[in-house]
Design a binder for this molecule. Structure first.
Ligand SMILES: [Cu+2]
Length: 189
């Protein structure tokens, strides 16, 4: 009787202590995980969504040209397997026609072709080194959508291009802020 009485007393004394320790460890684990620099980049499937949401809420209300997504992750791609492509949709959310003035890329390994319905214009590359990128001068009616087909050649830089690679395609309307469409890839041999 005396024994069985002391055991429950011990248990009930140590239970809050154990629970406290477990909570502290749990908090530390969460803190370390969130503070890790790789926390965001380690999850490419999740990363585009917050970025896109942020861009939409930060954009000024008079910004008519809106992209469906402003970031895309190819994941791991192989130089040997050749070029990869991704389609970035955007649309004129304003109430008047909008003109796409220019489209250009941040590097020569990346090209972008403007496509609206059956019409294809481009492809456009990186400006500079005496090379001027010709104007697009395509218009979008209110609510009209179009896309750019972005092609990335992971072998363009040779072995120097291995590893994490980020590129940006800029779609410049005649008025308003340019659209920045980014992608990331991990280039393997
Ligand atoms: Cu490049």
């Amino acid at each position: 009787m005396t024994r069985s009485a002391t055991i429950p007393t011990k248990r009930s004394n140590s239970t809050p202590l154990i629970a406290g320790i477990v909570l502290i460890i749990l908090a530390l684990v969460i803190a370390v995980y969130v503070a890790k620099p790789g926390f965001r980049t380690a999850a490419p499937a999740i990363a585009p969504t917050p970025v896109a949401t942020q861009a939409a809420s930060v954009a000024p209300p008079n910004q008519a040209l809106r992209a469906k997504e402003t970031n895309f992750a190819f994941g791991s791609i192989s130089m040997a397997a050749g070029k990869v492509s991704h389609r970035f949709w955007f649309r004129n959310e304003g109430s008047s026609p909008l003109s796409i003035k220019r489209i250009y890329t941040s590097c020569m390994c990346t090209t972008a072709t403007f496509v609206k319905g059956m019409r294809k214009v481009g492809s456009y590359g990186m400006p500079g080194h005496g090379a001027t990128v010709p104007d697009v001068n395509e218009s979008l009616a209110p609510s009209e959508a179009a896309y750019v087909d972005v092609v990335f050649d992971p072998a363009a830089h040779g072995p120097a291009g291995l590893g994490r690679t980020e590129r940006v395609v800029t779609v410049e309307p005649a008025a308003g802020e340019p659209l920045q469409l980014g992608f990331v890839a991990n280039v393997t041999p």
